[in-house]
Design a protein around this ligand. Sequence first.
Ligand SMILES: [Zn+2]
Length: 449
Amino acid sequence: MTKKDVSLLIGNGIVITLGSPNRVIEDGGVLVRDGVIEAVGPMKILRRKAKGARFVDARGRVIMPGFINAHMHLYSTFARGLMPKQPPAENFVQILERLWWPLDRVLTGPDIAYSCLIPLIDCIKNGTTTIIDHHESQGFQKGSLDVIEKAVRATGVRSCLCLGLSDRYGKGRQGLEENIRFAKKIRAKKAKGDDLVSAMLGLHALFTVNPKTLAQSVKTAKQFGVGIHVHVAEDKADEVANRKKYGMSVVERLHQAGGLGPQTIAVHCVHVDKAEMRLLRKTGAIVVHNPQSNMNNAVGVAPIPEMLAKGILVGLGTDGMTANMRDEVRVANILHKLAKKDPRVFFVESCRLLLENNAKIASRFFQKPVGVLKKGAHGDVIILDYDPPTPLTANTFLGHFLFGLCGAKVSTTIVGGRVLMKDGKLLGLNEARICAQSRRLARAFWKRF
Ligand SMILES: [Zn+2]
């Protein structure tokens, strides 16, 4: 673990601030002190302010805020290359029953630790500096969030964590207790000024959570002032099961239990109807879109353009498919163009999900703003190896972003003033050793699966 830099000047680059207004500053820099941004502006001004600060030279390349992943599953690593014994799943419920549920039942503490370290390293390499994670491990719940927190602190990626509780194996109460224990612990750390890790209350999805557990979960979330992070109408099966058993849609059931509000993240919402959209809008709830996962599971196309038109705050996540948010934004752009058969749609919107809305969303779960370069925000900064071939201004930025910066290499990643990667080299992490240990654990894990 490297020591946190007290004072850091990231400069000599083209600064993209994001936020409102998004500014593009030629020969600009960002001054970070004690993990927080003190100033953003032209180098000629910053040099005077930054006396004694360590200098990170961007060499004329692009300096911008780190990316945010609004829905991640760090625990999914050991599925990579796993060969299920059963025939290929024909639908979403079978995907859960044949892959994800058996997988999360046999994860041990060390499995979780290494399952997390690998994607966290990928986050650093891809400039993802904040993640909102949703964990599941039915066979090892108590203490599982501590294991993830340890991996997060070792790598330095800002993270909001929860355990997705579920009654599918009768362990909902145990899952709730783990969420409570962790929320208490994080509350005490926040009181001391630590904002690297946050906590939410996780629910798997309403079709595996019974009314008693749901009521207790909502009560607990309110008591601890934490948000609820839940999969909503990812597949038609979730809607069908809730309507059949409870006579209500998924969003109605969540609303009736008091579980919708500005701190609620409703993930996917592929199969929500107009009434459900109205409830999401009315309560200020957050929706997170995961286009690659939705396409991969063949669950459908979420009505994101419609939700944005209604004023719902929609962000972008990867659902564990990747740690690279720039892959996800490119897929979001082309998916909705194809779905609508209209080349005019979703160019601006796809960028807005990642670059504006994810910042708004994450800023609800951390004490200081993230995803923007401005005074008082967390010092989460990346350098992209991009030399613009056409004029790069605030007006032309989105074109450069989707068709240039999205393919550029991330050279430097900084979180809270701590340099995690410099000039393509990870600092304080032995990636080869971590991968070797991960392979050893995965081999034994696959035998148990
Ligand atoms: Zn998910």
